[in-house]
Design a protein around this ligand. Structure first.
Ligand SMILES: Cc1cc2nc3c(=O)[nH]c(=O)nc-3n(C[C@H](O)[C@H](O)[C@H](O)COP(=O)(O)OP(=O)(O)OC[C@H]3O[C@@H](n4cnc5c(N)ncnc54)[C@H](O)[C@@H]3O)c2cc1C
Ligand code: SF4
Length: 621
């Protein structure tokens, strides 16, 4: 193959594509070009690892089958790859499989997505005052500059702008009009809406895939829209253990109420629940477990199952459709496509920010108050490169709310991508074990990574994927990770034994729900025991599972600049002010003192709102 370009070894990639999906050579070559194109957007280290994996698998094929994968006859290639998948090299095969299946599935789903997106949006794009950095002057002054336009930044911008303060929001990503989300192929949306094309990973055993959004609206552009209020027990812990007076359940409840009203939270209507959610509710009912339709911020949701690649109907009510337009109506301006490089300060107080445009040029915004809301993975490096990250706890205490998935084969067609992407919650084990199960699908074509095996076996399962229901489970975790570095952060995460145990318990619980709902078989994600047919088999599989070989993902990083009363252990004070400098506030997921044990967007927004009110109060607004 000639088109793989630098980076991925072309022949090995074509051979792998052909073997993995039992494809004719010409189709495999076409797929390989698309995989290579996609991988070019991944972080260089990930691309290098992918290339090394392909080379290693191809070399192993030579040892086992006498030839490289691409040179073997199709049936022989099937055998060789299947044996490699069952060998100690299986983890490598599974790792390389992920991007190939993602690209393959997204390509195949193109026509279906185009058909789904043919109808009108439920609301037009909001009136936002966005100025691209290229059009922004080199120097401006204002009262408050907010770094990041996601869940936290948007709520701060709304509050301070409405208090009459001059407000500029600086955002690294760009604006995504709904028309573009409707027209663009799924893979381009995925690669564009996430930092590093979704390739963020927390290193560890196992590594944890940690996608983070980037754009005007931050991660709320790509999140699932699930809205949980912060559990009262978590708020009490934050009050008692972290001295966080803002977490008083009564006053914090008022912030949650206001946020719920702003983003229009309501339960998933039956009309868009989808069969995936109904499976979860049915299974839970059969077990006598507590379960419910999820509450979401998606008024007018049409159940097209694309939340994770930007809602093509403008139904999901991310902050680009409510808090940010409110802020702009009150005079705020959003500067997009600008990466803030430093918070400027001198003589112990903030004086603004310096940001870089895509062409490399820089501009400054001078302001006495800077609010950092770049998200839990980007706030620590920004503070460090600004000379404000000296507190030893900056970048530490990263909690991830790690997640695993399980899937069930059903006789009837479940059509997991027809309906809301995240639809029903099973909270039976939430209070006792901090395990929260949510019926979670993926955009059409983008969920095939859950299928085990290779070759004909995998291709046959792909044909039947309409019969597969998928659940996800998240575990409230210890703050076992860290964000290192000043520029591009390096993330590490050391899963604790207790959290590993509860993750495996979560797999068993998901399997129980699926089997109780009538699944014939459950896909466990457990290497060596990918498929089971009974609870007893499932428990056995979990008991012998090595969590270090499983595919963990996480979507809720928090805690890397936590707020609290103790100056030794909390870089940010209980009012949201960064310690050690005047005029810098932090208001994003990083300030959460610990994992909130639920999907965190409402908590982040409510805390940001509370912090912004403190700021306005301090400024006499
Ligand atoms: C796939 C997915 C699904 C999710 N689903 C849910 C869900 O259903 N419910 C829920 O409650 N939560 C969900 N979440 C999590 C939730 O969306 C996030 O926790 C929340 O958006 C984080 O808010 P934040 O303000 O901390 O950061 P973000 O919303 O990530 O915003 C940070 C912004 O800062 C910008 N930025 C970063 N660095 C710089 C810089 N140097 N200069 C300028 N700008 C910068 C980023 O580009 C980004 O736009 C999901 C997350 C993912 C990835
Ligand atoms: S399922 Fe998600 S993407 Fe589709 S309309 Fe509803 S909120 Fe939007």
């Amino acid at each position: 193959m000639s088109g793989a370009g630098p980076g991925l070894p072309g022949r090995a990639l074509v051979g792998f594509c052909a073997g993995l999906l039992h494809l004719p050579d010409a189709d495999a070559a076409e797929l390989a070009v698309a995989v290579d194109h996609f991988s070019a957007q991944l972080p260089a280290a990930t691309r290098r690892a992918l290339a090394a994996g392909l080379v290693a698998v191809d070399a192993a094929a030579v040892s086992l089958g006498g030839r490289r994968l691409g040179a073997l006859a199709p049936d022989r290639r099937d055998q060789v790859l299947a044996r490699l998948d069952r060998s100690p090299l299986g983890d490598l095969v599974e790792a390389v499989k992920v991007p190939v299946l993602l690209v393959h599935g997204a390509r195949l789903a193109g026509p279906e997505l185009a058909a789904r997106n043919a109808g009108p949006a439920v609301r037009p794009d909001a009136a936002l005052h966005v100025v691209e950095a290229a059009q922004w002057p080199d120097r401006r002054r204002t009262d408050v500059v907010v770094v990041g336009s996601g869940a936290g930044g948007a709520l701060v911008a709304r509050t301070v702008a409405r208090a009459g303060l001059g407000t500029f929001v600086v955002e690294e990503g760009r604006r995504w009009p709904v028309e573009e989300l409707r027209q663009r192929p799924a893979l381009e949306r995925f690669a564009g809406l996430y930092r590093d094309a979704g390739g963020t990973v927390a290193l560890g055993r196992p590594p944890v895939v940690l996608p983070v959004g980037r754009g005007v609206g931050g991660t709320t552009l790509v999140n699932s829209g699930t809205c949980y209020r912060t559990p009262t027990r978590v708020l009490r812990r934050w009050q008692a253990d972290h001295g966080l007076h803002l977490a008083d359940p009564a006053s914090f409840g008022a912030h949650l109420d206001a946020v719920e009203e702003l983003v229009q939270v309501g339960p998933v209507p039956d009309a868009v629940m989808g069969a995936n959610g109904r499976v979860a509710l049915r299974g839970a009912a059969a077990l006598g477990w507590s379960a419910h339709p999820l509450r979401r911020n998606a008024p007018g949701c049409g159940g097209c199952c694309q939340c994770a690649i930007g809602c093509p109907r403008n139904a999901k009510f991310g902050v680009h459709l409510n808090a940010l337009p409110d802020a702009c109506a009150a005079g705020a301006v959003i500067v997009s496509d600008a990466r803030v490089e430093r918070v400027l300060h001198g003589a112990g107080r903030a004086s603004g920010i310096r940001a870089r445009r895509p062409d490399g040029s820089v501009f400054e915004i001078l302001a006495d108050h800077v609010v950092v809301a770049a998200g839990a993975t980007e706030t620590p490096p920004l503070l460090r490169r600004s000379g404000l990250g000296r507190h030893p706890e900056v970048g530490r205490n990263l909690a991830l709310h790690p997640a695993l998935s399980a899937a069930g084969w059903f006789d009837e067609a479940v059509d997991p991508t027809t309906g809301v992407l995240q639809s029903a919650g099973v909270d039976e084990l939430h209070r006792s074990q901090r395990i929260l199960i949510e019926a979670t699908s993926t955009p059409p074509g983008m969920g095939s990574m859950v299928l085990p095996g290779t070759g004909r076996l995998l291709a046959a399962q792909l044909e039947r994927s309409r019969h597969l229901a998928t659940l996800g489970a998240m575990v409230g975790d210890a703050p076992a990770g860290a964000v290192h570095g000043r520029q591009r952060p390096v993330l590490t995460y050391r899963l604790t034994a207790g959290d590993a145990r509860r993750l495996l318990q979560a797999v068993v619980a998901m399997g129980q729900v699926l089997l109780a709902a009538g699944a014939r078989q459950v896909l466990t994600g457990i290497p060596g025991r990918p498929t089971v047919s009974s609870v007893a088999e499932l428990e056995q599989a979990a008991a012998s599972a090595d969590i270090r070989r499983m595919h963990l993902a996480a979507f809720h990083p928090t805690g890397t600049a936590r707020m609290g009363g103790d100056p030794q252990t909390h870089p940010v004070d209980p009012r949201g002010r960064l310690r050690g400098v005047a005029g810098v506030t932090v208001a994003d997921a990083s300030v959460l003192p610990s994992c909130p044990e639920v999907n965190p967007q409402l908590t982040i927004m409510a805390l940001a709102r509370a912090v912004a009110e403190e700021l306005v109060g301090a400024l006499g607004g």
